[in-house]
Design a protein around this ligand. Structure first.
Ligand SMILES: [Cu+2]
Length: 248
């Protein structure tokens, strides 16, 4: 018998449950980082708070794959709590619109991954059995799949209006509304959302408040007196989307 064969292997057998606990947290954080990166790519621009969360989750996740200082798990949980607690209006706005699948599903999976992070940290601190981790992952994947089905059904039910002769076009692309639009009183605005996210089209001091599903258009009658009106998008974080409608 060789010396190699007699050597005990304590590290692999004893450390295994701990490593898988760290891997669950690391995997959840790296999932968040990937989702936030893809989301910004689709948005076509860097969104500073999301870029910050993507960088921190990527860094913490990557380090957790190799080392496992206990404080890093605390940091992982803190980042998750900070996002979930600090983003309530944004999360609510995205989750309310399954017909706009990019923002809806990105939010669903980011929230699930952050919740998995928190549960994973708690399970790791309690030295829980691997079955608890498997149930956590299975639960998150199950909810994610259910949300995907809900979103696909909602997308199939979106009505999009074709532009008709005489309609004044108002197009939003990359979350920007045109600065100025001129239209005749009694005419029709054709508002076309070319973004993969939902927006709203609100005209101040009027009843106009339309939800613009991702990649869809609506026709809005201009039942307004001549004058200038501010229009904008009231989705949280979209405050820069605004312009002026000049009704002749
Ligand atoms: Cu918007």
């Amino acid at each position: 018998m060789s010396l190699t064969a007699e050597r005990p292997e304590p590290s692999t057998t004893i450390a295994q449950p701990d490593r898988s606990g760290d891997r669950l947290v690391a995997g959840a954080l790296l999932t968040v980082a990937g989702l936030l990166a893809v989301y910004q790519l689709l948005a076509g621009h860097v969104i500073p708070p999301l870029a910050g969360f993507a960088a921190v989750t990527a860094a913490v996740g990557a380090v957790l794959l190799r080392r496992r200082p206990r404080w890093l798990l605390g940091l992982a949980a803190a980042v998750a709590v900070l996002y979930l607690g600090g983003s309530v209006p944004f999360i609510a706005a995205n989750l309310a619109h399954p017909e706009s699948p990019v923002s809806f599903l990105a939010e669903v999976f980011v929230v699930l991954a952050f919740l998995t992070t928190i549960v994973g940290v708690v399970l790791r601190w309690r030295d829980a059995a691997d079955t608890a981790r498997r149930r956590t992952v299975a639960g998150a994947v199950g909810i994610g799949l259910l949300a995907t089905v809900v979103s696909l059904v909602a997308v199939a039910n979106v009505d999009t209006a074709a532009r008709q002769d005489g309609d004044v076009a108002l197009v939003t692309d990359r979350s920007v509304f045109p600065d100025q639009v001129e239209a005749p009183a009694g005419g029709v605005l054709w508002v076309d959302n070319r973004d993969p996210f939902h927006h709203t089209f609100v005209i101040d001091d009027t009843d106009v408040h339309e939800v613009l599903a991702a990649n869809s258009a609506v026709r809005i009658p201009i039942d307004l007196d001549p004058g200038s009106y501010r229009y904008w998008c009231d989705v949280p974080g979209h405050e820069s989307m605004e312009g002026t409608l000049h009704v002749r």
